[in-house]
Design a protein around this ligand. Structure first.
Ligand code: GTR
Length: 418
């Protein structure tokens, strides 16, 4: 057996061990006080949205930026977009397809990543869901006009991926996670990017977007600087620079599943141009409250994925009680824009109840803007969505993105995204 296969098996067994010995017992959730979104760090009460924006939003934002996800260290020298392919005959003539290469340049170095866009053909403009995919744009569709990604991809035997290179065997393997025809039939488009083209998901900062910003001799970001989640969020923002100028696109809702749900939330918090945000099973470091320590915890995530957050976040490993913020405040940074948090019943590792409570506690900030959030403290029954400006559902089944999820997102987006 080669060394990489052994390493992958070891990593997966360590992860499943971590998952099996996590706390899933509600009676063992520690007692904790949730930091109040409407009381500043120095103890002042916030009573309206003007005060929230002047005195509270920024200090919370800054904490997440410096102590959790990490700061983007400066600005790009240049960025550009190139429409590399366009057609009117995708999905049996239902859709217009565009493929755009996005190039980011700094310090004479550059990276290029590819965005695949489908738009409903009948409409001059349409809102789109923008979301990263896990294995390459060619995996979300069987459309033969979508090239295989040339970037590093994680090995996956059932997708025919070995030596970290995509092959034809992985074309369309993730179609079930992207209800593209449903989106098109309902007047929505999709824009998707392979996240590994922005930053390969490995604990190694020698490549991807981070590397562009290094000063001479630097090999990794500094303590308060960005981890991979912030790098992926930055990639989404740059994609937004293209999307907001595409005359066929009216609005962009940023979407992400799991680790990419964490990235979508941070993108929504950092970039107000996103008209809405969807977190699908984002769990620890995403929508779920850290202080509950249910399922995945800060210590577990920082151990299994040391590159996802800023190094400054490590001091909260098994020390969540000293965190002056919690994830409901990340959600509150998105207010008053529409926000959908979704869980899966069997995905206890992501703590469905912690995701729900987070949406509930973020809602007090939405109320300052007279937007309806999640008022109840009682998690709804499975498959009973609560859809307001803040929306929540827990569906039956496991950690995944299903047609059911997309049906809810589409219904909600029709009602709340202008
Ligand atoms: C898990 C990780 C979660 C979640 C998930 C995913 O292993 O512990 O936080 O991000 O991966 O992205 O599928």
């Amino acid at each position: 057996m080669n060394i990489r296969i052994i390493a992958t098996i070891l990593l997966f067994s360590a992860m499943s061990f971590a998952q099996s010995e996590a706390n899933y017992d509600e009676t063992k959730v520690p007692k904790f006080t949730l930091p109040d979104a409407l009381v500043t760090f120095s103890g002042n009460n916030i009573s309206d949205h003007v005060q929230w924006e002047a005195d509270r939003r920024f200090e919370i934002f800054q904490f997440f930026e410096r102590q959790v996800y990490g700061k983007v260290p400066g600005r790009l020298d240049e960025y550009s977009f190139k429409l590399i392919e366009e057609s009117n005959d995708a999905y049996g003539g239902k859709a217009r397809r565009k493929q755009v290469a996005i190039s980011l340049k700094k310090n004479k170095k550059s990276i290029t990543y590819n965005m695949l866009i489908y738009l409903p053909k009948g409409n001059p403009t349409a809102p789109v869901f923008l979301g990263y995919n896990f294995y390459g744009n060619h995996t979300v569709t069987s459309d033969p006009k979508v090239p295989l990604t040339k970037a590093w991809v994680p090995n996956n035997e059932s997708f025919g991926i070995k030596d970290n290179k995509a092959t034809e065997g992985s074309r369309g393997v993730r179609q079930h996670r992207w209800a593209i025809e449903k989106m098109l039939d309902n007047g929505f488009g999709l824009a998707t990017i392979y996240y590994g083209e922005v930053d390969p998901d490995k604990n190694d900062f020698s490549d991807g977007v981070h590397e562009l910003f290094y000063t001479e001799d630097q090999t990794k970001p500094k303590t308060n600087e960005w981890g991979s989640i912030a790098g992926w969020a930055f990639g989404l923002s740059k994609a937004m620079d293209y999307l907001e100028n595409d005359g066929n696109i009216s609005n962009v809702v940023v979407f992400g599943h799991s680790r990419l749900g964490k990235a979508a939330l941070w993108a929504g918090a950092t970039d107000k141009r996103f008209a809405g945000v969807i977190s699908n099973n984002s769990g620890c470091g995403g929508a779920a409250l850290s202080k509950r320590k249910f399922g995945e915890t800060v210590g577990k995530i920082n151990t299994a994925f040391p590159h996802w957050f800023a190094d400054s976040f490590l001091k909260y490993n098994d020390n969540e009680k000293t965190l002056p913020v919690d994830q409901h405040q990340l959600l509150a940074l998105i207010a008053p824009r529409p926000l959908y948090v979704a869980s899966a019943f069997d995905d206890r590792w992501a703590d469905p109840k912690g995701e729900f409570l987070s949406a509930h506690y973020a809602s007090m900030v939405y109320e300052l803007y007279e937007k309806e959030g999640i008022a109840t403290e009682q998690i709804p029954e499975v498959n009973q969505p609560l859809q307001h400006t803040v929306a929540y559902h827990v569906r039956t089944g496991k950690h995944d993105v299903t047609d059911y999820d997309w049906e809810q997102y589409i219904t909600w987006a029709k009602a709340f995204i202008q």
